[in-house]
Design a protein around this ligand. Sequence first.
Ligand code: NDP
Length: 234
Amino acid sequence: MARSVLVTGGNRGIGLSIARELAAAGDAVAVTYRSGEPPEGLFGVKCDVTSSEDVDNAFSKVEAEHGPVEVVVANAGITKDTLLPLMKEETFTDVIDTNLTGAYRVAKRACRGMLRMRRGRLVLISSVVAMSGSAGQTNYAASKAGMIGFARSLARELGSRGITVNVVAPGFVETDMTAALGAEQQQAIYKTIPLGRPASAAEIARVVKFLASDDAAYITGAVIPVDGGLGMGH
Ligand code: NDP
């Protein structure tokens, strides 16, 4: 039977690519979307990850459509970049609330069904900047580093129940998020990447597919960099 999969922020960018990759492999994939329309061919549920109620409703709808959710990808995320002296408190807390507390809300709701099934795969999308830091991104880097401590603690809590929790740390990926940077800034960043180019969203998605597969059954609490060498394995 097809596994029930939920990808948050799966209506575009990396999330959509993950959803398409897993659907192509035969999973029953649902995505959350916050604005716009759900992507064609995938079951979409409207959900803002800053709301526990939204997250709960989204899981309930997916469970009714595809059965208990076995694979969850916490991908929804935002940036609000500013240097710290200029950063308003809500610019800091908004990013934490979406990226880190959002992952907490999603993982907590996901555990309920996974503990009952005694199996499950949680994959959290962090970032290379969690380890390297990034000027202008204190809020974002703190949220992404927080996801790693969160995932590793949860991996220890859930390991005995056959549930794995892993983190993917992408580098520079071609999506709307990075398109916001100008061409000049993009070229400057490429020069710092050993592979000399950005990742496609599909290159991130294929690693997530692996972590969700049987081949990754003995991997938990891991942080997998997919960054063209930018973080040199950290
Ligand atoms: P995009 O900006 O292209 O897409 C972000 C996705 O997250 C959208 O689907 C968006 O929904 C959703 N989202 C944002 N806020 C919320 C919210 N409050 N509730 C529900 N959904 C929300 O980003 P990317 O695809 O580039 O990034 C995906 C993930 O990968 C993020 O966590 C990001 O931090 C991470 N990442 C990206 C990198 C990159 O270079 N692009 C590098 C490293 C990590 P909506 O369409 O409604 O806005």
